[in-house]
Design a protein around this ligand. Structure first.
Ligand code: NAD
Length: 495
């Protein structure tokens, strides 16, 4: 029998008021039904927001180190259940086990970071311009945070948002992606088991247009942390502006790896294979463009196409699989459309480009890892986010030209340069327009204690990760204490 999952509102698992639900299936085998999940309504969101608002009034008063203790327990529980969670995640969204283990580990790292932040949450004390007067600025929680997430990092991304939000004293209404509700549900179960009071975290499943939009436009939601596509992010930003809430947007990317003529080619090859085809190319930081110096272009392309043709497609739960399926039918159609566009635009299809014909892959959304060479800078396959296993290869004559090509995009998330020349490396770091630059590392591999986010249309200037995310989830309060016993007028009595 199919398992029926529920929303969590005010500490109670409950059906949606609509009574409607949808099925969640394994993308590597669509006959495998993981469970049914609620298709929630506006009213379900209203209940969740009310519960979060009531919980906030108590939670904000819990000392931050005590909140941190719960974060530590969450980290412990995630560690204990790492393998189970990784398997569940692979079954739900397809990426291979090594990667889902990494996804859980990112959640563990984020939990322990949050636990330690409970003993910091540093503010500032500064001298006052007047005698016998004290000045300081402290961080205070903001209120109810709406958390809206995509499916490609179904555990890590919600933890990047909810752990700092909750550690800072806020409460959450969490709407996960419809493709990954099970991982989200287990995460919330673990958070409750670790000791969060009722209402501090609530989960409401359902459509972005209903559940997501209600959270975004709700008068009683104070801030929104969103990761997803640039298209939805732009609309969401407009929708949220009516209530002037604080919004953090982590959006799309069109990341590139440059390989210079002096690079270690074997290292660069490993890097691009991992960057372009890891998570089946469905990472915001995926390597979608490869910019090769003309002197090594032909040789490197040949090395790359041999390795790419040898990548084994398959169910991510099998140890033999290198690349898992695409998330769903619509996304595979979109990838196929981009392959057609690339061919029409005159790019040279080097390998892949098709739905595989092996018998064991016929019940999943698989697509061959695909490489286009002779790609021109303004082709659609060089400028638009494809979010699948498709790599566009361009050629450059110099580092300057390579960096210009890399910057030729509306996005600015991740970037990578392979070179042994330290001067070139620093020049690239200076000139690349991206939130993240890797030297001799692929475009993927962010660490939980570092700032994460992008420039240009990848976001709106906020950062997740490390210490920087706490700037988003707290408000600064300036405090003056005058112990002179008389009225001292700033800017007047001291001049
Ligand atoms: P998406 O934009 O389709 O959906 C993201 C979330 O928003 C989902 O939970 C969805 O239900 C919800 N949503 C949809 N419409 C909404 C609306 N009108 N109001 C409120 N919520 C709404 O993205 P996706 O397909 O789940 O994920 C892939 C995208 O996410 C890619 O573009 C990728 O680059 C991006 N991404 C970015 C980062 C980053 O950190 N920059 C990380 C991972 C993924």
């Amino acid at each position: 029998m199919t398992t029926k999952f529920k929303n969590l509102i005010n500490g109670k698992w409950q059906d949606s008021l609509t009574g409607e639900s949808y099925e969640n299936r394994n993308p590597a085998n669509w006959n495998d039904v993981i469970g049914t999940f609620p298709l929630s309504s506006i009213e379900d969101v209203n209940l969740a927001v009310k519960s979060a608002r009531i919980a906030f009034e108590k939670w904000r008063l819990v000392p931050a180190p005590a909140r941190g203790e719960i974060m530590r327990k969450i980290g412990d529980l995630l560690s204990l259940r790492k393998e189970e969670l990784a398997r569940e995640m692979t079954r739900e969204m397809g990426k291979v086990l090594a990667e889902t283990r990494g996804d859980v580990q990112e959640g563990i790292d984020t939990a322990y970071y949050a636990a330690s932040e409970g003993r910091r949450l540093f503010g500032n004390t500064v001298p006052s311009e007047l005698p016998n007067k004290f000045a300081m600025a402290i961080r205070v929680p903001i209120g109810v945070a709406g958390i809206i997430t995509p499916w490609n990092f179904p555990l890590a991304i919600p933890t990047w948002k909810m752990f700092p939000a909750i550690l800072s004293g806020n409460t959450c209404v969490f709407k996960p992606a419809m493709d990954t509700p099970k991982t989200a549900t287990t995460l919330v179960e673990i958070m409750m088991e670790a000791g969060l009071p009722d209402g501090v975290v609530n989960i409401v499943h359902g459509k972005g247009s209903v559940v997501g939009n209600t959270i975004v436009t709700h008068n009683d939601v104070d801030l929104i942390s969103f990761t997803g596509s640039t298209l939805v992010g732009k609309q969401l930003s407009k929708d949220a502006s009516e209530t002037l809430k604080r919004v953090s947007l982590e959006l799309g990317g069109k990341n590139a790896q440059i390989v210079m003529d002096d690079a270690d080619l074997d290292l660069a090859l490993e890097g691009v294979l991992w960057g372009a085809f890891g998570t089946t190319g469905q990472r915001c930081t995926a390597t979608s463009r490869l910019i090769l110096h003309e002197k090594i272009h032909d040789k490197f392309l040949e090395m790359l196409s041999i390795k790419t043709k040898n990548l084994k497609l398959g169910d991510g739960l099998l140890s033999t699989s290198d690349v898992g399926p695409i998330i769903n039918e619509a996304q595979r159609k979109s990838v196929q459309k981009y392959v057609e566009i690339g061919i029409k635009e005159g790019a040279n299809l080097i390998c892949g480009g098709k739905i595989p014909n092996q018998k064991e892959l016929q019940n999943g959304w698989f697509h061959e890892p695909t490489i286009f060479a002779d790609v021109k800078p303004n082709m659609r396959i060089a400028t638009e986010e494809i979010f699948g296993p498709v790599l566009s290869v361009l050629k450059c004559k110099s580092l300057e030209e390579g960096v210009n090509l890399l910057n030729n995009t509306i996005y600015g998330l991740s970037s990578s340069v392979y070179t042994k020349d330290v001067n070139k490396a620093f020049q690239a770091i200076r000139d690349i327009q991206a939130g993240i630059t890797y030297i001799n590392v692929p475009t993927i591999g962010a660490e939980a204690h570092m700032p994460f986010g992008g420039v240009k249309q990848t976001g709106n200037g906020h950062r997740e990760g490390g210490w920087t995310v706490y700037d988003f989830f707290t408000e600064w309060k300036a405090i003056y204490i005058d112990y002179s016993g008389k009225l001292q007028r700033a800017q007047i009595d001291n001049y």
